[in-house]
Design a protein around this ligand. Structure first.
Ligand code: KG4
Ligand code: ZN
Length: 353
């Protein structure tokens, strides 16, 4: 089965083709970062209009890169939420229309489920069940994943998501948008002993997160200290150490509570080298198995949508002609897809609910 994946939930147009026998055949990504940079964040209306411009040319590119025609595609997967509603509607409308024109099924994909499944595209994929730590620009979530579609939310962000906290703190330090990667780079020159930021909500039980206070902490540190470059690097370092420690502490709690020893980390912030390094150490210390997508599939991309689409189409799921997009969409509402064995060809729909 060959699935065309379409991702337009935020500021990246990602298109890919996944083949159930051969794996990923082609993927392309167009980032709108340059367009939004001067506004200091994503402007939703500009994002939607740019997806309109890019999506069809990119579908043509990905088909040509894979040496395929439209008739070679067996199904279409598009991100239907959560995300910016106007941006989502572009991918949803194009995906649903192409499926109608080509006479093939289409399936709506949950963006965070696709992030969570992205490590399945790697050579050494994780085995179910596992804990997923999802750290993106819009969400921070700890999820018990029994099998695809069977999710129990263990904890999530009460305010800013981890990526959002990175971006806002980067902005305070004058690092532009989106500042997560730039902040991480600056932190590499930082002195870890100079400042210590709190590890929010780690002093009480539970697995929820709150990162908005760290940004205020950074702001207060900047205004009370000299604004020199080394101090900025030291603040960046203190911020990242606090975020990484907090994510590690809560992930450990999730593993303790569930007895699961496999951790999957996905979403834009999972590209962060400090986080990958700390979790790598943790896995050696406690014997846990930790999986990440390759860095380019940590952030938004079409490949993860095509893969999630393959799993759901293979299980017989598809949308009717009436389509919808959802800016909010709890992951626990998703339909379960049973994973009976190791072979991907044996995926079947679970009708037991
Ligand atoms: O998953 P993603 O591409 O989009 C959403 O679904 O939100 O995540 C984007 C977020 C941004 O906040 C970005 O600053 C952050 O991921 N990010 C990083 C790194 N790369 C991307 N944060 C820290 N370190 C990085 N290397
Ligand atoms: Zn994302």
């Amino acid at each position: 089965m060959r699935v065309l994946g379409i991702e337009t939930s935020c500021d990246e147009t990602g298109i890919a083709i996944y083949d159930s026998d051969q794996g990923l055949l082609a993927h392309v990504l167009y980032s709108q970062v340059d367009m939004h940079e001067c506004y200091g964040g994503v402007v939703p209306e500009l994002a939607s209009r740019d997806h309109v411009r890019r999506v069809i040319p990119l579908v043509k590119t990905v088909l040509s890169d894979a040496g395929l025609k439209g008739r070679d595609i067996d199904g279409i997967a598009y991100t239907a939420g959560p995300g910016l509603i106007g941006a989502l509607l572009v991918g949803v409308a194009v995906g649903r229309s192409l499926a109608y024109a080509w006479g093939i099924p289409a399936v709506a994909i949950h963006h965070m489920e696709a992030h969570l499944l992205a490590p399945m595209l790697e050579d050494n994929p994780p085995m179910f069940p596992f804990i997923a730590l999802l750290v993106s620009g819009g969400h921070t979530q700890l999820v018990e994943v029994k099998q695809p579609g069977d999710y129990r939310m263990l904890g999530e962000s009460m305010d800013d998501a981890a990526g959002e906290a990175f971006d806002k703190t980067a902005k305070l330090l004058g690092l532009g948008y989106p500042g997560g990667p730039a902040l991480a780079k600056l932190a590499e020159q930082g002195n870890p002993a100079r400042f210590r930021f709190p590890r929010p909500m780690t002093d009480r039980p539970g697995m929820d997160f709150s990162f908005s206070g760290l940004k205020t902490y950074a702001l207060n540190t900047i205004t009370t200290e000299d604004n020199d470059p080394q101090i900025k690097a030291d603040i960046a370092r203190a911020f990242i150490d606090a975020v990484v420690d907090t994510l590690v502490i809560k992930s450990l709690r999730a593993m303790e509570e569930t007895g699961l020893r496999t951790l999957v980390v996905a979403g834009g912030v999972s590209a962060n080298r400090q986080l990958r390094h700390r979790l790598g150490e943790l896995s050696r210390q406690i014997g846990a198995l930790v999986y990440f997508p390759r860095p380019e599939f940590c952030t938004d991309n079409g490949a993860m949508i095509a893969y999630a689409g393959f799993l759901r189409l293979q299980a017989g799921q598809q949308e009717s002609l009436s389509f919808t997009a959802r800016s909010r969409w709890p992951m626990e509402e998703l339909q379960r897809v049973r994973y009976p064995g190791s072979g991907i060809a044996s995926w079947k729909q679970d009708t037991s609910g």
